[in-house]
Design a protein around this ligand. Structure first.
Ligand code: ATP
Length: 294
């Protein structure tokens, strides 16, 4: 059985069509990263999948049930961009409040440890820093030891180290066979964590697959080499889009790395320290969205 089963979902806000027919099947243990530019529909998709907003049309099943069915709800944890947590409570109080919502809960000490908030357990939520609040929302999402976790841009406002520690916790959680659906604007995070990427643009899924598959969808490669080939001439070789010089090396982005290298060798230019690197996820997603707009 699929954990998430969404069919032909649409969502209109008045004249705005935020979702234009989303189909999504997620199996147990998958880690799905939803990517896309501002306004693509990521937050709308997550809140509709969760049953927080009704779709305009289409169907959703979570664990084979309607998304508002208590039997499905009890197995789901959620970390949204806005949380309605009362700032006048203390950290351990709000954790206990959330634990009371679920039939089975993780112990408070474990939640505090996973969110790295042990030292703040008696702090007022109002006194937490932005990054600490984010971590608290993560702890609240884990309170019911959910089988399915939704994270909407969870690392916004976290510094680099906190982000790394946060994803480590998510990875630990995933290693227990849990299912995760998250959105992010940090594509290297999605690349490192997701088993599947879903690229949304203007309310539609424009690409879907493992990170490596998404990267293969765009032909761009970066060729780095030490050479006596002048930059101006490099720019005229096959498929070359951009050439930069740094550190006595040329960095050439080209849509045809093989043809570029063939031309280089045929003309007998000196070549040393050669590396060829495929597009990173960010480049690939940007290209896919540009293609879609064209
Ligand atoms: P971001 O990366 O900026 O968070 P997103 O991909 O999450 O964007 P959504 O927030 O889902 O995008 O928005 C999708 C579209 O729906 C946008 O055009 C947005 O303006 C519109 N929209 C979202 N929520 C509402 C609402 N409550 N009322 C009217 N329009 C809305």
């Amino acid at each position: 059985m699929h954990v998430i089963e969404a069919h032909a979902l649409t969502k209109h806000y008045g004249a705005v069509q935020a979702l234009k027919g989303i189909n999504l099947l997620v199996a147990p243990g998958e880690i799905v990263g939803v990517l896309g530019p501002n306004g693509a529909g990521k937050t709308t998709a997550i809140s509709v999948l969760l049953g927080l907003r009704g779709p305009s049309s289409g169907t959703i099943r979570l664990f084979g049930r309607g998304p508002t069915d208590p039997a499905a709800r009890g197995r789901i944890g959620v970390m949204l961009q806005e949380s309605g947590v009362p700032y006048s409570l203390r950290v351990d109080e709000v954790l206990r409040l959330f634990q009371s919502y679920y039939p089975f809960t993780l112990p408070t000490d474990e939640l505090l440890r996973r969110a790295d908030l042990t030292a703040q357990r008696r702090s007022l939520i109002a006194d937490l820093s932005g990054g600490q609040k984010q971590r608290l929302y993560f702890a609240l999402a884990l309170a019911g030891d959910p089988d399915l976790l939704f994270l909407d841009e969870p690392t916004v406002g976290m510094d680099v180290e906190t982000r790394a520690a946060f994803w480590e916790q998510v990875r630990e959680f995933a290693a227990r066979g849990k299912t995760i659906l998250f959105s992010t604007h940090y594509l290297e995070e999605a690349d490192a964590l997701a088993s599947r990427i879903v690229v949304l643009n203007q309310g539609r899924i424009v690409a879907e697959g493992a990170p490596a598959e998404i990267k293969r969808l765009v032909p761009n490669a970066l060729v780095r080499l030490r050479t006596n080939l002048p930059i101006a001439q490099a720019r005229r070789l096959p498929g070359v889009q951009h050439v930069a010089a740094a550190d006595h090396k040329l960095a050439v982005s080209t849509s045809e790395p093989e043809a570029f290298l063939r031309a280089l060798f045929r003309a007998d230019w000196e070549v040393a320290d050669l590396t060829v690197q495929g597009a990173d996820l960010e480049t690939a997603v940007r290209a896919l969205i540009k293609e879609e707009a064209a």
